[in-house]
Write a protein that binds this ligand. Structure first.
Ligand code: NI
Length: 250
C-alpha cells in the first residue's frame, strides 16, 4: 500500500491496526555516465514497492528523494540539501506522521552519504522529548535506519553477479536495480577506464578532479535488468523480515 495513492480514510483505517511506515530515502545525484540521477532514491523505492505489492499491512511513504550530495554538485543535474536543511525536513515529516499516530518510522536508505545526517536527525527528533521538562505529552516515536544493500543476503547476491567492479559509487548493482524498473532508461556507455579509481570524498571540485566521469571503483557497464531483478527479489524479501522485526522490537 502506498501512502500517496491512498485516501485519508484508508490511512485512518490502516492506523487503527498498524503504527509503522517505510519511508524510502535517497538522493538526486550523478551516477556516472550510464547511471540515472535518481538512482539512490529509486533503489529503495523500487525495493519497498516490490515488498509491499498486494500487502495492505505494509505502508510505503513518499520517497525523501533529495539528500546529502554536495560532493556531486560538480555534475549537471545533482540537487543537494545542506545537512541542517535535511535534518529540519526529516523532523517535519516525522512530526506530521507522529501527529496521526504513526509510532515506528523505518527509513529505508539508498545513499551512504545520507547516513550521518539521518542519524543526526534521529537525535534531533528524540531530543524533543528528552529536553521537555518534567513529563511531556509528545507522541511516542521510534526510528530505524537501514541501507538497502546491507539487508541480509543482498551482498552475497551482488558478489555472485558482480565478482569484480561493483565499486562504491555508481555501482553495477544499483544501476541494475534501476534498469530492471525502468528498462526504457537503459544507457549503453563504454567505460574508460573499465574500472574507476577510488579515493577520498571532499568537496565538489576535488571530487570531479579525482573521479572525472563520476564513478568510484565501479564498472557499471556490467549492469543488466536481469541482475537488477535478482537483487530486488532478494532485497524485497529481506526488507519484509527486517521491517517486521523493527515493528516487534521492544
Ligand atoms: Ni548510489
Amino acid at each position: 500500500m502506498l501512502l500517496h495513492t491512498a485516501s485519508w480514510p484508508e490511512i485512518d483505517a490502516y492506523l487503527a491496526k498498524h503504527k509503522g511506515i517505510i519511508i524510502p530515502i535517497g538522493s538526486t545525484e550523478q551516477h556516472g555516465p550510464n547511471g540515472l540521477l535518481g538512482t539512490d532514491a529509486l533503489c529503495p523505492e523500487i525495493i519497498a514497492r516490490e515488498a509491499a505489492l498486494d500487502r495492505d499491512d505494509v505502508l510505503i511513504g513518499p520517497t525523501f528523494n533529495v539528500g546529502q550530495a554536495q560532493h556531486h554538485l560538480g555534475f549537471a543535474g545533482t540537487i543537494s540539501l545542506r545537512p541542517s536543511t535535511m535534518i529540519a525536513a526529516m523532523c517535519d515529516w516525522a512530526d506530521s506522521l507522529a501527529r496521526h499516530g504513526f509510532e515506528r518510522l523505518y527509513w529505508f536508505n539508498g545513499h551512504g552519504g545520507n547516513v550521518a545526517t539521518i542519524t543526526a536527525a534521529f537525535s534531533q527528533m528524540y531530543g524533543q522529548s528528552s529536553f521537555a521538562r518534567g513529563g511531556h505529552n509528545l507522541p511516542k516515536l521510534r526510528n530505524n535506519l537501514r541501507n538497502w544493500w546491507e539487508l541480509p543476503g543482498v551482498a552475497d547476491v551482488i558478489k555472485d553477479i558482480f565478482p569484480v567492479g561493483d565499486g562504491s559509487h555508481a555501482t553495477a548493482s544499483e544501476v541494475s536495480v534501476t534498469y530492471w524498473a525502468y528498462p526504457q532508461a537503459i544507457k549503453r556507455v563504454e567505460m574508460s577506464p573499465k574500472i574507476a579509481p577510488t579515493g577520498p570524498i571532499l568537496d565538489a571540485e576535488d571530487y570531479r578532479r579525482r573521479f572525472p566521469d563520476g564513478r568510484i571503483g565501479s564498472d557499471p557497464s556490467q549492469a543488466t535488468p536481469e541482475a537488477g531483478g535478482r537483487i530486488v527479489a532478494k532485497a524485497a524479501q529481506a526488507l519484509l523480515v527486517d521491517y517486521e522485526d523493527f515493528l516487534k522490537a521492544a
